[in-house]
Design a protein around this ligand. Structure first.
Ligand SMILES: Cc1cc2nc3c(=O)[nH]c(=O)nc-3n(C[C@H](O)[C@H](O)[C@H](O)COP(=O)(O)O)c2cc1C
Length: 440
């Protein structure tokens, strides 16, 4: 059996599946129930000076029958007394000494950071997660994402925490920033032991068309919230990858965002995450989802011959590169499996209106469309819109012997552009040739 035990900067857990700091980790009752179900760790709902929350708090994007494809919340950190949370953390650690319990923290002054770090560690936590990511409510008070967007402030606060912390310090990053590697590098330089990402993305999920108010509605008004759930996984994966590839991010990564099953978790880990955290899926389906995540991960690792998590962590990173390094000679064309085709002709419509007019309506009396290979650029659109799995496949047509990147293409003098190197930084850019004969 492969070993799925995880180690994030010295914080050990029996498996890589942690609950993220959020309502599922709001109390000792919930965290113990989650550990009983099989979760390997939990980041406690953010502790700080308790707040008052509003009602209601959540909104969602449903897409074509998929409930809560995206989830939105406007709640703040814990509204329970600090002493209650700390007592329950102590209790959880007593019952589950081998599980990871991490305290998520958010306060303001140096003295407050010192105090809450000491309190959390006295309660027995295995690590600390600094919430520099919450993009609603707390950021207006100078905390959460207001910190995560300022590399200097990140370094300052990490420094304060490290002055007293005895357990590993994780910085939780906000995705509400142009380049997530900037705060990631600042965290590493400031002395953090790990980063976790992503927190939620600032969002408005919809507007009530009768009341003219975005949702969720609080007494006729609303505010922007934080977006998460399956819809954000692609954004999270890209950010985890960016951190995983950045030479300045010298500390391990905890991957968060849109994880619902073992496959999502493996994707995060293949792009550099040492473990993963889950929020929305636990809120949607309950703690029981981990009962499929554990054997799913174990079976996958066994099939692929991975003996421990380190064998797969970051394994996909060398396969992600800048666009200009991709092989321009690789050539695929669509192929329709006539036996699977249900004749809906969605592929024809999508290709004819939205792509390259490479699919024709059938001329032989059937409803199975025909591929016009000379027009097909292998874009995938037809296979993506096809409602039948594996009905349209992309078949390789080049002989696999040639390899030409955009860099090679330009070096060979083939570019239909001229090079202008007057841009700042001397990087230059490619300028289209002027088009003759157009009216001014
Ligand atoms: C209702 C709700 C409350 C949350 N509260 C916190 C919080 O107190 N502290 C924190 O660091 N993140 C909080 N988050 C963010 C999650 O921990 C997580 O980063 C985010 O939801 C992305 O993961 P997911 O796609 O699995 O939900 C909250 C998320 C939700 C939905």
């Amino acid at each position: 059996m492969p070993d799925i035990s995880a180690n994030l900067a010295g914080i050990k857990s029996p498996n890589p599946f942690w609950l993220a700091s959020a309502p599922p980790t709001n109390s000792g009752y919930q965290v113990m129930k989650a550990f009983d179900a099989g979760w390997g760790g939990a980041v406690w709902k953010t502790l700080g000076v308790p707040v008052v929350n509003v009602s209601s708090r959540y909104g969602a994007v449903n897409y074509r029958g998929n409930r809560m494809m995206g989830f939105n919340n406007i709640e703040l950190i814990t509204d329970r007394p600090l002493a209650d949370n700390l007592r329950e953390i102590e209790e959880v650690k007593k019952h589950f000494p081998d599980h990871a319990v991490v305290a998520s923290l958010m306060v303001q002054s140096r003295a407050e950071w010192h105090q809450i770090v000491k309190d959390a560690e006295n309660a027995g936590v295995d690590g600390l997660e600094l919430n520099f990511g919450c993009p609603h409510g707390m950021c207006e008070r100078g905390m959460g994402s207001a910190v995560g967007q300022e590399p200097k402030v990140i370094k300052t606060i990490v420094g304060w925490v490290k002055e007293v912390a005895k357990t590993p310090v994780i910085v939780k990053l906000t995705p509400n920033i142009t380049d997530v590697t900037v705060p990631a590098v600042a965290s590493a330089e400031g002395g953090a032991d790990a980063i976790s990402l992503i927190n939620t993305i600032q969002s408005i999920v919809g507007v009530d068309l009768d009341r003219f108010v975005p949702t969720p509605i609080v007494d006729g008004k609303s505010t922007n919230g934080g977006y998460c759930g399956p819809a954000v996984k692609p954004i999270a994966l890209n950010m985890v990858k960016n951190c995983g590839q950045h030479p300045g991010v010298t500390i391990p990564i905890s991957g968060i965002g849109g994880i619902e099953n073992w496959r999502d978790a493996v994707e995060h880990m293949m792009l550099g995450a040492s473990n993963v955290q889950v929020c929305t899926a636990a809120m949607h389906y309950g703690f029981g989802i981990v009962r499929e995540m554990i054997p799913g991960l174990e079976n996958y690792m066994r099939e692929k011959g991975f003996q421990k998590l380190n064998d797969l962590i970051g394994i996909a990173l060398p396969n992600v590169m800048a666009w200009e390094n991709l092989n321009l000679k690789y050539d695929v064309k669509a192929h329709i499996n006539a036996e699977k085709c249900i004749g809906c002709q969605l592929c024809y419509t999508a290709c004819d209106d939205g792509a390259h007019q490479a699919i024709a309506l059938p001329t032989n009396g059937s409803r199975v469309p025909e591929i016009i290979e000379e027009n097909c650029v292998g874009c995938n659109l037809c296979s993506l819109v096809c409602p039948v799995e594996e009905c349209i496949s992309m078949v390789r047509k080049d002989d696999g012997k040639q390899h030409e990147t955009w860099g090679d293409y330009m070096a060979n003098g083939k570019a239909p552009t001229t090079f202008n190197d007057d841009r700042a930084g001397g990087k230059g850019h490619w300028v289209p040739e002027p088009v003759a004969g157009l009216k001014k």
